[in-house]
Write a protein that binds this ligand. Structure first.
Ligand code: NAP
Length: 285
């Protein structure tokens, strides 16, 4: 029987996951289809029921359903509890298990670039859904501290509880003249962009949340945005001598971890990267 893995979100047509997950399934000869399900909130109960059928291996869940799907899960793991959102569902004998592979996606992307967050002072720009997974990843990796800088300060405050004694989380504004941001940037070892600035078709595709003058040599600059691969944030960081790490690595590594959970196979990460880049190039044409 051909099995199915679903991608649940709205919209989902722009996602790169179907291209690189199907390439990975085909490369290993797994008899399964990775299908995009574009669903409205009222369609989620039906989708959860369908996920419990024998033909379904599981699902990825993306914006805006990462929190809403929680109520259908039988077994959320500790990462889901900490982040407050899931991105992967695994179907096991009628039960839905859930995890959040964005956390390991962040860590593997940094690891692949030779940057371990252990002991690092981190500035996190943005405080949306992805930012929560970044803070949890920093805590798992034993970063020294996180300063969350966000346009809407109250939203940054919501992330403070994710820290602890060993890794304090504090907040500041995101305006260029914010003295706390300036000071945090000067001290930072790792700067992460989790805003949508710089994203093709985003709110401002030519903008960087922080200018080149705020970076310094030796810092690591990690952009979660992956379209384009070379973002204004990464260009600004590189101009100041910081080391750029692009978001495509996180996307592929979170997907690779999901693939491992659904299939039990070691994911062919190189195949996944190649297919993701080909899909990006096809889209740019
Ligand atoms: P989200 O929940 O919508 O959060 C968006 C963030 O961007 C908020 O902090 C928001 O600030 C900020 N923002 C938006 N417009 C802004 C502007 N004009 N000026 C300043 N700040 C602005 O989005 P998300 O789910 O966290 O995703 C954030 C980014 O990460 C997206 O580009 C997404 O594609 C990327 N991402 C990548 C991966 C990966 O695997 N590489 C995974 C997940 C997400 P306010 O709170 O003030 O509105």
């Amino acid at each position: 029987m051909t099995q199915t893995i679903a991608l649940i979100g709205h919209p989902v047509a722009h996602s790169l996951s179907p291209a690189f997950q199907q390439a990975a399934l085909d490369a290993l000869g797994v008899d399964a289809r990775y299908e995009a399900w574009d669903l409205l909130p009222e369609e989620l109960p039906m989708a959860a029921e369908r996920l419990r059928s024998a033909a379904l291996l599981g699902a990825n869940v993306t914006v805006p359903h990462k929190e809403a799907m929680l109520r259908f899960i039988d077994r959320p793991d500790a990462l889901v509890e900490r982040v407050g959102a899931l991105n992967t569902i695994v179907h096991r004998e009628g039960q839905l298990h859930a995890t959040n592979t964005d956390v390991s996606g962040v860590l593997r992307a940094l690891e692949a670039a030779g940057a371990s967050p252990r002991g690092m002072r981190v500035v996190l720009l943005g405080a949306g859904g992805a930012a929560r997974a970044v803070v949890v990843a920093m805590r798992v990796a034993e970063a020294a501290s996180v300063v969350v800088a966000n346009r809407t300060r109250g939203r940054a405050e919501d992330l403070v509880e994710l820290g602890g004694e060993a890794m304090p989380v504090t907040t500041c504004g995101l305006e260029e003249d914010d003295a706390e941001l300036e000071a945090a940037m000067a001290r930072a070892d790792l700067v992460v962009n989790s805003t949508t600035l710089g994203m093709t078709h985003g709110p401002d595709e030519h903008a960087t949340p922080v200018p080149a003058r705020m970076f310094r040599g030796g810092q690591v600059a990690f952009d979660l945005v992956y379209v384009p691969e070379r973002t204004p944030f990464l260009e600004a960081a590189e101009a100041a001598g910081a080391r750029p790490v692009g978001g495509l690595a996180m996307l592929v590594h979170q997907g690779a971890e999901s693939f491992r959970l659904w299939t039990g196979y070691e994911p062919p990460v190189d195949v996944m990267f190649e297919a993701a880049r080909a899909a990006l190039a096809a889209r740019a044409r």
